[in-house]
Design a protein around this ligand. Structure first.
Ligand code: NI
Length: 192
């Protein structure tokens, strides 16, 4: 029976630790952890991703999805933009490599930094390598918002929260105030 797990918030030391490699992606404990993470996300509602350290488990496990959208203005428009999105995907031991030096700024939020959002620089394009729950190799390129979500989630595995990537604390604030004064709501991509 899958459980709803408690979310660790900024200040909890596990969010600053480097998560450990999963030795056996097919292990029953990993499947059970992922089931619990999915149940946890279902209880929260809309989301783009969740990393295991956010549920107090220091292992290199990430869940993410890029919602299919009809509201294209919500997403960073790039030639590679995929309106079909990415279905819910589990990544074990993910590694990302930037495909170029190009970076862009976008707004992010995080379950572990509740109520706040900030403008974060991320690489436009990355190469993802990971294992699946069945131990298969996952390899794909990601661009724009998809690449942003992967960078945000993989940062959680290295003890990095989005405010630590920001260039200016002037661009960190409470969501309702930031939406009111800084940004049109349709331009905001929330990460998790
Ligand atoms: Ni996060």
């Amino acid at each position: 029976m899958a459980r709803i797990l408690k979310i660790a918030r900024m200040g909890h030391p596990i969010l600053l630790e480097r998560a450990k490699k999963v030795e056996d992606p097919c292990a029953r404990e990993i499947k059970s952890l992922v089931d619990d993470m999915i149940t946890t996300l279902d209880s929260i509602g809309s989301f783009a991703g969740l990393a295991a350290p956010q549920v107090h488990v220091g292992l290199r496990v990430v869940l993410y999805q890029v919602p299919k959208t009809t509201n294209i203005a919500r997403y960073e428009l790039t030639p590679e933009f995929d309106p079909q999105g990415v279905p819910l995907t589990c990544l074990i031991n993910p590694e990302i490599t930037p495909l170029s030096d190009e970076m862009n700024l976008g707004w992010e939020g995080c379950f572990s930094v509740p109520g706040l959002m900030g403008e974060v620089p991320r690489y436009q394009s990355v190469l993802l390598k990971a294992q699946s729950l069945s131990g298969d190799i996952i390899q794909r390129e990601a661009h724009g918002f998809h690449a942003r979500v992967l960078q945000h989630e993989c940062d959680h595995l290295d003890g990095i929260l989005f405010p630590m990537r920001m260039r200016s604390m002037n661009r960190l604030g409470f969501m309702d105030e930031m939406v009111r004064y800084h940004q049109k709501p349709q331009d905001i991509n929330m990460v998790d």
